[in-house]
Design a protein around this ligand. Structure first.
Ligand code: IPE
Ligand code: IPE
Ligand code: MG
Length: 228
């Protein structure tokens, strides 16, 4: 695998997974944790450089309060455990998105996780929380307008609190069967290969990541040029 590969995943389908089992939607979010762990583990083994996971979109604030509370509780509870795992596996964990609307326990947990894992070099794992690509692009443009000229990419990084530049997305995976971007990394996916799978996120795992990577390897990327 190329050593600068950026894989991004829209982890979708938790609610439908739970519905199928007559469980509350929050049970689907809980079940998704195992998929996340396995996916991260496989990403390290495959020497993926950056893995960006969409965990909560800015539009997800429109969901019922009870579901948002359950999700935020899961995040606050899982971040310390995930950080410990990241330390063991030499993974750097960082969070992108807005930070001014997250509940205090989530904010504290994410800052702690970032600090604990900041020296990780085996994989850069980025969790997108309260993330909106459109909102980030708009803020970056505003920043440039207010500050005269400037580097747009740095303004964009600043707009969604990215702590360092990362390569553009090479492979975008969406689980859950929908074939849309839902406001995720619109700029960074300009030439991303798109891979959609009907599997709900709780049914995704390392093996399924390997299947997606194998499909990606067969794609011919042209970036607008004529193939050699
Ligand atoms: C993805 O699963 C998790 C979040 C958006 C937080 P969903 O909760 O969107 O599950 P579906 O798409 O309704 O099945
Ligand atoms: C996108 O999924 C956000 C995350 C997976 C975190 P949604 O379930 O919110 O997207 P839509 O509403 O189907 O477009
Ligand atoms: Mg969904």
């Amino acid at each position: 695998m190329s050593n600068s590969l950026h894989v991004a995943i829209i982890m979708d389908g938790n609610g439908r997974w739970a519905n199928q089992r007559s469980l509350p939607r929050s049970a689907g979010h809980h079940a998704g944790i195992r998929s996340l762990r396995e996916t991260v583990e496989t990403a390290v083994q495959r020497k993926i450089h950056t893995l960006t996971l969409y965990a909560f979109s800015s539009d997800n604030w429109q969901r019922p309060q009870s579901e948002i509370r359950a999700l935020m509780r899961i995040l606050a509870a899982q971040l310390p455990a995930q950080a410990a795992h990241c330390v063991r596996q030499n993974i750097r964990l960082s969070v992108i998105g807005r930070r001014d609307r997250l509940p205090e326990p989530v904010l504290q947990a994410l800052v702690r996780a970032e600090t604990r894992t900041m020296n990780g070099s085996a994989l850069h794992l980025r969790l997108a929380l309260d993330y909106s690509a459109r909102d980030s692009l708009t803020r970056a443009a505003q920043h440039i307008r207010l500050n005269g000229n400037g580097d747009f990419l740095h303004a964009l990084m600043r707009a969604y609190n990215a702590d360092c530049p990362v390569p553009d997305v090479d492979l975008l995976i969406r689980t859950g069967g929908e074939q849309r971007l839902s406001d995720f990394l619109l700029w960074e996916c300009a030439y991303a290969e798109l891979y959609f799978t009907p599997d709900f996120w709780p049914d995704f795992n390392g093996e399924k990541l390997d299947t997606a990577l194998a499909a990606f390897q067969k794609r011919q990327r042209r970036f607008g040029a004529v193939p050699a």
